[in-house]
Ligand binder design. Structure first.
Ligand code: 5GP
Ligand code: MG
Length: 177
């Protein structure tokens, strides 16, 4: 499987910082911002964004997690119906500005399932979407508000987002399957 690195650790850090600055700019006009990461990659990224918020003088941002399974055998096949496996959101979403965080957006179906899950918990004031990589191929009208990097892909390619927390190091690669 040929692969090409498209981001290294430094570029990933800078990109996460940029996402935080964009959110800080945007959150002046909204209710209390809370981060909700979509497991597993999005959950680690939500934690990292939270660390950056802390270093920017915002120590009290609440973070939750959603577990949405795509019934994928491996990274090459994705079923059509993402299923909610579990939530870990230990705060009231009502009136909050919830920022969903995911590592990669593809068809948009995971985001839709996440929005459904959030709305089942109450009525957030606003839901936004932050993704690290937008690889295109949307099948629903779902667009991220905050994007780390737009990487046009073919359907034969997948993006590997390696994170220290899981993989031991940080990098992003395009893999041709
Ligand atoms: P979607 O539901 O938008 O089709 O797919 C998004 C979900 O599947 C995300 O949670 C994301 O982690 C995963 N995903 C889809 N395509 C890729 C990909 O190319 N690479 C990685 N790492 N995850 C992907
Ligand atoms: Mg994921």
């Amino acid at each position: 499987m040929p692969s090409k690195e498209i981001m290294n650790s430094d570029e990933m850090s800078r990109t996460l910082n940029r996402i935080v600055y964009q959110i800080l700019e945007n959150m002046k006009d909204t209710g209390e911002v809370c981060l909700v990461g979509i497991r597993r990659g999005g959950a680690h990224l939500a934690d990292r964004l939270n660390e950056i918020f802390k270093s920017e003088g915002k120590p009290d941002i609440r973070v939750g997690y959603l577990d949405i399974t795509l019934y994928r055998d491996d990274l090459t096949s994705i079923a059509d119906y993402p299923v909610l496996q579990g939530t870990e959101i230990n705060f009231d979403v009502i009136g909050k500005h919830i920022i969903l965080v995911d590592d990669v957006i593809f068809t948009g179906r995971t985001t839709r399932a996440a929005i459904d899950a959030l709305i089942d918990l109450g009525r957030p004031q606003k839901i936004s979407l932050a993704v690290f990589i937008d690889r295109g191929h949307r099948e629903l009208p779902v667009q991220p508000d905050f994007v780390g990097k737009y990487v046009p892909t073919s359907r034969d390619e997948i993006i590997e987002v390696a994170l220290k927390e899981q993989a031991g190091s940080d990098y992003v690669r395009i893999i041709n399957k």
